[in-house]
Design a protein around this ligand. Structure first.
Ligand code: NDP
Length: 247
């Protein structure tokens, strides 16, 4: 029987790339999304057309009740989650003096609270099975300040500590928890800012590899982290940024 993989925010961008790659690797993929039904079903269609198994599952990970309902449905219809990819995330740019409470809550709830409570549900059944993989999609900004989106980087710094806390707490149960920290990946998240050639040139200036990557450039490492071959990797943050962090 194939392993069950849940990718939060799997309908677009990096999450879609990861979902498709996990589908190709033989996992039954649950493609979580919040709003875009069409995008989620297109990802599932691609996986199924390639010979895999996938189903879209709508839930706003920022809401505890949505997370509980999503896991109840998955466990009932498919079984316990073997591989959880906490990918759903948003970025809203403002000077720190201008964020309001609602925006703070939206970013933190989506990026960090959602990942925590998805992990909590997955960890409970992974502990019973004595096997599990959690891959947190963080960011180079987990340790590198942005200068214009502080709540985003604060949420990713929290995710990095969550990775290490969970890696230590659940390592004895055959569970590994790692994070992947992408640099600049071309998705809807940054499409608008990258439309400005001056902004793009400035980003490229700091990337030794001299290109902005695609979601597929993140998917490969996630497939490896989901596999048996990665069993001795635990509590790591793997930076995938074309060398950006070297600056
Ligand atoms: P996109 O904006 O392209 O896609 C975001 C995905 O998350 C969509 O599938 C969206 O679904 C889903 N999503 C958003 N909010 C929620 C929610 N509350 N509940 C469930 N799903 C939700 O983003 P990226 O692919 O660029 O980013 C994915 C992850 O990678 C994020 O965590 C981001 O921080 C991280 N990252 C991205 C980088 C980049 O350069 N792109 C760099 C470093 C890290 P829907 O459309 O239905 O809302």
């Amino acid at each position: 029987m194939s392993k069950i993989a849940l990718v939060t925010g799997g309908s677009r961008g990096i999450g879609a790339g990861i979902a498709i790659a996990l589908g190709k690797a033989g996992y039954t993929v649950l493609v979580n999304y919040c709003k875009s039904d069409y995008a989620a079903s297109s990802v599932c269609e691609k996986i199924v057309k390639a010979g895999g198994t996938a189903e879209a599952i709508k839930a706003d990970v920022g809401f505890y009740r949505d997370v509980q309902k999503m896991f109840d449905t998955i466990e009932e219809d498919f079984g316990p989650v073997d591989v959880l990819v906490n990918n759903a995330g948003i970025e809203i740019r403002h000077p720190s003096t201008e964020y309001d409470e609602a925006t703070y809550d939206l970013i933190m709830n989506t990026n960090l609270k959602g990942a925590f409570f998805c992990s909590q549900r997955a960890l409970r059944t992974m502990m019973e099975k004595k096997w599990g993989r959690i891959i947190n999609i963080s960011s180079v900004h987990e340790e590198r300040p942005t200068g214009n989106r502080s709540i985003y980087s604060i949420s990713k710094a929290g995710m990095w500590m969550m990775t290490r806390e969970h890696a230590k707490e659940f390592g004895p149960y055959g569970i590994t928890v790692n994070s992947v920290s992408p640099g600049a990946i071309r998705t809807d998240l940054n499409r608008k800012v990258l439309e400005d050639p001056a902004y793009e040139a400035n980003v490229l200036k700091n990337i030794p590899a001299k290109f902005i990557a695609e979601p597929e450039d993140i998917a490969g490492i996630v497939v490896f982290l989901a596999s048996e071959e990665s069993r001795y990797l635990n509590g790591a943050s793997i930076t995938v940024d074309g060398g950006l962090a070297l600056n």
